[in-house]
Design a binder for this molecule. Structure first.
Ligand SMILES: [Zn+2]
Length: 503
């Protein structure tokens, strides 16, 4: 019998996936044949030499690298597409994934079912485990408590050859966007639509209809998930959304859920497809102290507090019916709220709305929930062309992108460029260097501030100093995004508004 490297790798893939409970030995012959056909391996008998410590992802990479260039091209235009297509050969279709989830939920627990689905999404290379591991993360204490920082280094870098190839591919309008459920199993276009052969979603019952549940391929926190409307339609923050939040946390009680606002600048990047984000993480905002409380004759059973938090946030604890009413009330008043002295103007002369809400919900016990309503405004002026309540220009050297849901809750997602820039700044401070590369000029006044603030920099303290100072900058980014500032005027105006809303 012959030895064939590719056939050997296929066998390793099958054995490893059985060990990881991704596949069953009963299906090995069937999956082997499928893989042989896709990979162009001749259907002969082979001798296997199966000693290897490779992880399933490494085996997939090695399979791809061992293929002839022509065979690689037969499978897919890009490596990413080819690898997801290869692993898809051994995966069950969505209905079976859903069925397994439901069986585990019934026989064990809902928590066991989400644990299984999370693990499944990682093992099938849907969650990009290796890419996410590249992110730099730390926590630092600030005036607002501990803030979490992530430098996002997980974005895939494309091979120039593949970029050139992608240019020749035509962009179609199918699927309409990255969130559309039509991405499930979609081959991708090598350009703006990633390959999704290995994508499996779960239908979950929400208030009025079923939504689709999946984990984020580039998670920013544990079990970072996305809940997607099966219809491609605009985001709208309304009571239907909040009703869906309640249904979601009743279904998956150990997750928090929230949504970006429904207008630009003060929220997420995709406004054209209704979706929420959830996960198994306690965010910094949940540990924020209360600045003041308000009692309400209308809602005696709701605990109403205003948080000591840079983004103006009302925290409400109560039952479902009361909180739904409270949401409607806050929305009605906030959407009409104008305070010229604070630069908050609800509508432009062309009737464009500028006030918006970032809502977040956590279940406490059988009948009690915590609803966080963050008050946002997206107006721009000549002085602040990116937004009045958006990180101002002096912070753009650290962060200039929108402050969406995750960051508003206290977890910064900072651009990948910062990693190499911080290394250069560290070198400048340690060795008192004078020359500044082009990408460091924007940090000059920060470098001067650091020199004034700290007497010495050495190999032991430099990392901690830079991490803490980046965190302080992030706190300022959030300060800029708050509509009521953290001073006596901001507090008293917030108090007036909340008192007016609830009484
Ligand atoms: Zn869509």
């Amino acid at each position: 019998m012959k030895h064939n490297k590719l056939a050997n790798l296929v066998e390793l893939l099958l054995i490893n996936s059985e060990k990881l409970h991704l596949t069953k030995s009963r299906d090995r012959i069937y999956f082997r044949n499928r893989l042989f056909i896709l990979l162009g391996i001749q259907l002969n008998e082979y001798q296997y030499d199966l000693v290897s410590n490779l992880h399933i992802f490494e085996i997939l990479e090695e399979i791809y690298d061992s293929l002839s260039e022509s065979q690689q091209e037969i499978i897919a235009a890009t490596k990413e597409q080819a690898i997801t297509r290869i692993i898809d050969q051994i995966l069950p279709p969505p209905s079976i994934v859903e069925c397994t989830f439901k069986t585990i939920k019934t026989n064990k627990s809902l928590k066991a079912a989400t644990d299984w689905y999370y693990q499944f999404s990682k093992l099938t290379d849907y969650i990009k485990v290796n890419a996410i591991a590249k992110n730099k993360k730390w926590v630092s204490s600030t005036a607002y408590g501990t803030l979490e920082i992530t430098i996002n280094l997980s974005k895939p870098e494309k091979d120039p050859k593949e970029i050139a190839k992608a240019k020749t591919l035509t962009n179609s309008s199918y699927p309409k966007c990255l969130l559309c459920i039509e991405n499930e199993g979609y081959e991708g276009n090598g350009n703006n639509h990633p390959a999704r052969h290995n994508h499996r979603m779960l239908k979950i019952p929400l208030a009025n209809k079923e939504y689709y549940f999946q984990y984020s391929p580039y998670l920013y926190y544990p079990e970072h998930s996305i809940i997607i409307n099966p219809i491609h339609c605009d985001m709208v923050v309304n009571s239907e959304m909040i009703n869906n939040f309640f249904a979601f946390v009743d279904y998956i009680p150990h997750y928090i859920i929230g949504s970006n606002t429904d207008i630009p600048i003060v929220g997420g990047s995709i406004l054209t497809h209704d979706h929420y984000q959830a996960g198994n993480h306690i965010f910094p905002i949940e540990k924020a102290k209360s600045k003041f409380t308000v009692s309400s004759d209308k809602y005696p059973n709701i605990q109403i507090s205003y948080l000591y938090w840079p983004l103006s946030t009302i925290k409400l604890i109560g039952n479902k019916a009361d909180l739904l009413n409270a949401f409607e009330l806050v929305k009605k008043h906030w959407y009409e709220y104008t305070n010229i002295d604070l630069d908050i103007i609800a509508y432009s002369s062309n009737n464009e709305r500028h006030n918006a809400i970032t809502p977040i919900l956590r279940k406490i016990d059988e009948n009690r929930y915590t609803l966080y309503l963050m008050l946002r405004n997206n107006r721009t002026t000549e002085q602040y062309p990116d937004g009045i309540f958006h990180p101002h220009a002096d912070l753009h050297h650290i962060k200039k992108e929108n402050i969406g849901l995750i960051e508003a809750m206290g977890l910064a997602i900072l651009p990948g460029r910062l990693d190499s820039e911080l290394a250069i700044i560290s070198n400048i401070l340690l060795h008192n260097k004078i020359e500044r590369p082009d990408n460091i000029i924007k940090h000059q006044s920060w470098i001067n501030e650091l020199k004034d603030k700290y007497l010495t920099f050495d190999n032991i303290n430099i990392n901690q100093i830079l991490q803490d100072e980046v965190s302080l900058k992030f706190a300022k980014v959030l300060d800029d995004s708050g509509v009521f500032k953290q001073d006596s005027i901001g507090d008293s105006e917030a108090h007036k508004l909340i008192n007016y809303i609830f009484n």
